[in-house]
Every structure is written in structure tokens, then in C-alpha cells.
Design a protein around this ligand. Sequence first.
Ligand code: SF4
Ligand code: SF4
Length: 139
Amino acid sequence: MNTTLRLSPSPNTAAFVARIEQASGQNLLACYQCGKCSAGCPMAAHMDVLPNQIIRMAQLGMRDRLLAADSIWICVSCLTCNSRCPKDIRIAEVIEALRDTVLSGGSREDRLDIQKLSPEARGALPPIAIISAMRKLTS
Ligand code: SF4
Ligand code: SF4
């Protein structure tokens, strides 16, 4: 009797994994979960899904969980993870591909209401922080 268990991803799962690999230019299966990307990430303490977990979930095609994660918007694209990865995976590009997937899917929910920032905050915040937030968090 053949007892081999074969697991085949659904077409939707396979298409999602292929899209993220194509958009990011990365081979997701190269990741062996060493965790160095998360260990070096300056935003990890604020993330609901750590960078190494993002890569693992992307390998598995966990589309809905990934696209709903706050982490993909909390990432500040500092590229520290890229420089730490022993497999030369560009994690930041994978996260950018996830953001692009959300935005290109028509989800344009505002996550930052600029009007709620006080004049003092608008004056004190570094312009690049506001621009980054606008790019990532608003339509
Ligand atoms: S550093 Fe690279 S190999 Fe290690 S968990 Fe992160 S993506 Fe995977
Ligand atoms: S690019 Fe994003 S995920 Fe990578 S270390 Fe910087 S904040 Fe963390």
C-alpha cells in the first residue's frame, strides 16, 4: 500500500505564491527560518507577524492572513533584514509585494487621517515620516 502523503496547493494558493515571488523577485523556498531577519528588524516589537513569519506564511500561500497583517504597513523599508539574511532573500521586497497586492486589489482604506494630526505634530514630524505614512497608509 502506498502511504505517501502528497500535499498539493490549491490553484489560488499557488497563484498567490507565484505572484509574490514574481513581484518581489525572490525565491521564497530559499528561506530556512533562521530568524535573523526578525532579530535585526527595528520594528519587530510593533509587528503582529514577524518578518521570518511573513516569509513562512508566504511560502505556504497564507494570502488572507498576510494581506490583513499590520506588519506589512509597519515595516519602514529600512532593509536591515535584507542585509542580515544568510540566504540573500530580500525580505523587504517581499513585504513591498504584499503591500502592492493589497493596493492593486482595490483596498484603499485610509489608515491615517492627516486631519487628526495636530498642527504641532504636523510641524514636528519629519516630512519623510508623513510622506511614508501617506504612501503606505492612505489611498
Ligand atoms: S534571515 Fe533569511 S533565511 Fe533567515 S528567516 Fe529571514 S528570510 Fe529566512
Ligand atoms: S525592511 Fe521592514 S521588515 Fe525589514 S528590518 Fe526594516 S522594518 Fe523590519
